[in-house]
Ligand binder design. Structure first.
Ligand code: TYD
Length: 205
């Protein structure tokens, strides 16, 4: 059987990258080989997406790519990421810990596009063995981001984060059992959250 596929989700600034990396280290210390990865991925489509989010990939008149185009790129990146990285790593017996996955598309693209379209283009992305949702208020997430030197991207404003938070709540309700979603309070100290993540991961590893 393939090694587990574990996903972290949350608002920008919720701590998904910190906790995903901590979990990979903690699993290794517990004797379970684990691999950190992320979406948008570091593959060809993910690289395009990061360029578009950062405003470095635009139309000749400098306008941004349309929301539908971005949603399709996120979905294409996901299929490419599964085939090129996630599946081979898992087949080799190494757990994969992925920073963002389908719920990010439902939450971010879903708040500006028809839900049915976003669901349809992600229908082939298989469900993870565990999804850890780090729940933070939009205010906390934004305040944390303001403390970092992040390039302005499409999703920074608080109003947008509030809409994304609401879309995440709806997506979690819908996928709670299929994506095995566990909601953790992302406003607690980092070490306590990391302990809970390890416990959840070991129960599915
Ligand atoms: P992220 O890696 O969290 O940003 P950073 O590296 O700057 O910390 O993700 C980049 C952005 O992409 C983030 O705002 C969420 C967004 N996103 C979507 O809109 N849809 C998706 O399907 C995914 C995976 C990410």
């Amino acid at each position: 059987m393939a090694a587990p596929f574990i996903v972290f989700e949350g608002l920008d600034g919720a701590g998904t990258t910190t906790q995903a990396r901590r979990l990979v280290e903690a699993l290794a210390q517990a004797g379970r080989a684990a691999h950190y990865t992320r979406e948008p991925s570091d593959g060809p489509v993910g690289t395009l997406i990061r360029q578009a989010l950062g405003g470095r990939l635009t139309h000749p008149d400098h306008s941004r790519l349309a929301p539908e185009t971005m949603a399709l790129l996120f979905a294409a990146d996901r299929m490419d990421h599964l085939a090129a990285e996630v599946d081979p790593v898992r087949a080799a017996g190494v757990a994969v810990v992925c920073d963002r996955y389908v719920l990010s598309s439902l939450a971010y693209q879903g708040q500006e596009l028809d839900d049915a379209f976003v669901r349809a283009i992600n229908a082939r992305a298989r469900a993870p063995d565990l999804t850890i949702f780090l729940k933070t208020s939009p205010e906390t997430a934004l305040a944390r981001r303001a403390g970092r030197h992040l390039q302005a991207d499409l999703y920074e404003a608080l109003q947008t984060q509030r809409r994304v938070a609401a879309a995440y709540d709806a997506a979690i309700q819908e996928r709670s059992s299929s994506h095995r979603v566990q909601v953790l309070d992302g406003e607690r100290p980092v070490d306590g959250i990391a302990e809970d993540c390890l416990r959840l991961a070991l129960s599915c590893a």
